[in-house]
Design a protein around this ligand. Sequence first.
Ligand code: NAP
Ligand code: MG
Length: 503
Amino acid sequence: MVMTVRDLDPGVTAFLAGGAKQLLIGGRWQEAASGKTFATHNPATGEELARVAEGDREDIDRAVRAARQAFDAGPWPAMTAAERSQVLWKLADLIEERAEVFAQLETLDNGKPITAARRDDVGGTVDYFRYFAGWPTKVEGATIPISVPNTFAYTLRQPVGVCGQIIPWNYPLMMAAWKLAPALAVGCTVVLKPAEQTPLSALYLGQTCLDAGIPEGVVNVVTGYGDTAGAALAEHMDVDKVAFTGSTEIGRTILRASSISNLKKVSLELGGKSPNIVFADADLDLAREGAAAGIFYNMGQDCTAGSRVFVEAPVYDDVAQYIADHAKKLKLGPGLDEGTEIGPLVSQEQLDRVVGYLNLGPQEGARVLSGGARATEPELQSGYFVRPTVFASARNEMRIAQEEIFGPVVSVIPFRDVEDVIAQGNAVAYGLGAGVWTNNLQKAHRVAAGLKAGTVWVNTYGGTDPALPFGGFKQSGHGREMGSEAIHLYTEVKSVLINLGEN
Ligand code: NAP
Ligand code: MG
């Protein structure tokens, strides 16, 4: 039955009531040092949802000091691995208990359809913490047969220390989970800076961490702006590592901040312009569905969005038309309406950005097969809604095919053969994801091997798993999250040599 969440969960109402949300520092909720706050809005209506503390340099400094104290002298890194594992499992259980509150907060703040928020964002977050809850007892060093006489050598894998984590607004809760879970599993402490557009679920997660028994100072949440609070975190001399997800431009800023401060470790998960490749021999029903879902999921605000659909010439018209027809049928509406398939974009700024590209496409010579503009329905006017858009007759050199749009906008580009599509697929600054649709095993393997992308999906698109490494080639980033790779991101390896003596 299709219904609308008319009466918000009492947990949501309670969370939003009672004045501006505060910063979580050293286990206590507190105002920003400046006393300043900023508003977060509901993108479906443009209305203010809540006010949030505007953390800045001084607050970041307090939070880093709390995280340092918790790391150097607190119980978290010192407790047994099994105990840390139990606390993380408890955290997953509590998120699951509070799932509806998390889902509604996510939809209110980000705009995404509530069905996806429940299933993917919250469900995925629970799975993610459970997976990493299993890791503390499995972080191992090695004994290594070295060639120095009478010497025994082994390695220890130890937590890297205080971690700054700066996350975007497209999957606010999930991005917090991707960052927090591996760091916590190995015994690090954290200062988390959510995106200004979507601070609410991270704040609620902060409270949930406390309720799960994560000791004070281990998880600190400082809301605020990127160029103030974010920059202070990236530049801080006592932060050992920064993990960032967001734009390539700010990724560069984060690297620069590390290089001019203490050379802190940096991992970057940046944007993408992922090719999704349909060969004429593919199961076309599956491929066309996959090409559409690959771009329109989360309104295209996804780092692995399949925003360049390459179609082999003989089936080009058929596939392009199918995606356009599919786009026209998608139901636009507020995320809290359970029938909604396409919610608003996250902000006015993002709407303006995307509309800029909608205008650019035809100027560059692309044909609009569907969408191409803002939604015109009166009830959608106050929100940030754009129509899912298909550009046909697109060429890979066009800006609409080279630049990350981060909206429900796809360029459909023809190709001739395997070599041609590998060359075109790679002719872009990014290398995060890629899809291949074919029933020919040789083509599948050749294309998977030839594309410069951190993840290649064959006859499927977009799925991730906590156990599977995720990250980018080229300007899509540095390092891999998920699985054992994430454990490596948050640990340092120490070599120990022991003189065994002569007798
Ligand atoms: P962004 O500026 O890169 O934001 C990502 C995070 O970095 C936010 O928490 C942001 O804080 C913070 N930040 C901004 N400037 C910073 C600085 N100088 N130092 C430290 N942290 C800083 O992304 P955006 O402006 O929201 O979006 C712009 C474009 O980035 C999108 O259109 C899309 O193309 C891309 N993007 C990619 C991803 C991804 O998953 N890879 C996610 C989001 C956006 P504030 O939000 O508070 O400014
Ligand atoms: Mg920004």
